[in-house]
Design a protein around this ligand. Structure first.
Ligand code: XMP
Length: 310
């Protein structure tokens, strides 16, 4: 595939379609939305407003880091603080599907939906890729109808259009396009990270304290396994507790699971046979996190398990 030509064509296409109107897009820092952001700004400059929604569910330093990476590329990203809205939507929920739904509703119907309406944008740029469309058709993923997810009735809000410049690409192609567009390896080679973010890695209720715990464990796992070349690696906070000893006292502490998997397309996955010393080092570091006194390594492939825990 001639990626350079593809990028040039998409830039010309977006430019022509949007004309003198305004456009908006949400950047998550994942490779798809990052490529759309750079491509969109090449086509539209200041006519495109890019927002990063801080949901409180992101990894350590992630919102600021994403803004900084794009600033280096000359692209201004508006950081929208929606932490309270997400935390209050998740408060009290323990059912996995209810938690996912709360994150989706808060993002689309409340926060991004409001930003789209306030921005007067007529076009939304969205990083849908071919695999998303195929999985929607196959019934694997929920329908990707972004306008209705944003709470926008296309009839009422006549004039809104969604542009999906990456809809013919697969992940590998998007990574190539990312490199050509000058995005750093930390974006172009980024491991998958789910839309509902750390909420998929907390079993039970998502609270600021529990987020802090899983965030600290995630930072350790990502630092230790960054060079592993594995498909995906993560830390998960369980809702169970276990007895341990800290400072010579019994402690009924928290349990973190470490998961590291090999996969091609995430439909199936096998476990990475990690080095024993590496696992021990991760365990030592994780059990230094306040309140965590056990660290487990999950040996379950997909199927029967899924990659995430909710
Ligand atoms: P599961 O847990 O279903 O995950 O085996 C398969 C892959 O998809 C990612 N994942 C998501 N990605 N939104 C996303 O964008 C989601 O809601 C979501 N849930 C899971 C997961 O990280 C893994 O790579």
């Amino acid at each position: 595939m001639d990626y350079k030509k593809f990028i040039e064509e998409q830039i010309a296409d977006v430019k022509q379609t949007v004309g003198k109107s305004k456009a908006i897009n949400a950047l998550s820092g994942g490779v798809d939305s990052s490529v759309v952001t750079v491509l969109g700004h090449r086509a539209l400059g200041d006519q495109l407003k890019t927002v990063f929604v801080d949901s409180a569910l992101m990894r350590e330093g992630e919102p600021q880091r994403v803004v900084e990476i794009f600033a280096k590329l000359g692209i201004t990203v508006e950081l929208v603080d929606a932490r309270k809205e997400f935390l209050s939507a998740l408060s009290g929920l323990t059912d996995p599907e209810e938690k996912r739904q709360a994150v989706t509703d808060t993002f689309y119907s409340k926060v991004f939906g409001r930003l789209v309406k306030e921005s007067n944008a007529k076009f939304l740029l969205h990083g849908t890729i071919l695999t998303d469309i195929e999985e929607t058709v196959d019934g694997i993923k929920r329908q990707h109808n972004i306008l209705s997810q944003l709470g926008i009735d296309p009839q009422q809000a006549y004039g809104y259009s969604v542009l999906e410049p990456l809809k013919t690409l697969r992940k590998d192609d998007v990574r190539e396009a990312a490199k050509l567009l000058g995005l750093p390896a930390e974006i172009s080679q980024r491991i998958p990270f789910p839309g509902p973010a750390l909420a998929t890695r907390i079993v039970g209720e998502v609270t600021p304290e529990r987020l802090e715990t899983v965030r600290a464990a995630t930072a350790i796992v990502e630092e230790e396994l960054g060079e592993s070349g594995a498909f995906q690696y993560m830390a998960v906070l369980l809702s169970d507790r276990a007895t341990g000893i800290r400072d010579n006292k019994r402690e009924f502490g928290q349990i973190i699971v470490v998961r590291c998997v090999e996969s091609v397309d995430a439909r199936t996955a096998t476990i990475t046979p990690l080095n024993w010393d590496k696992l021990n080092r991760i365990c030592q570091r994780i059990t230094r996190i306040k309140g965590v006194n056990r660290c487990l390594y999950d040996l379950t492939p997909k199927p029967p398990a899924t990659i995430e825990y909710i």
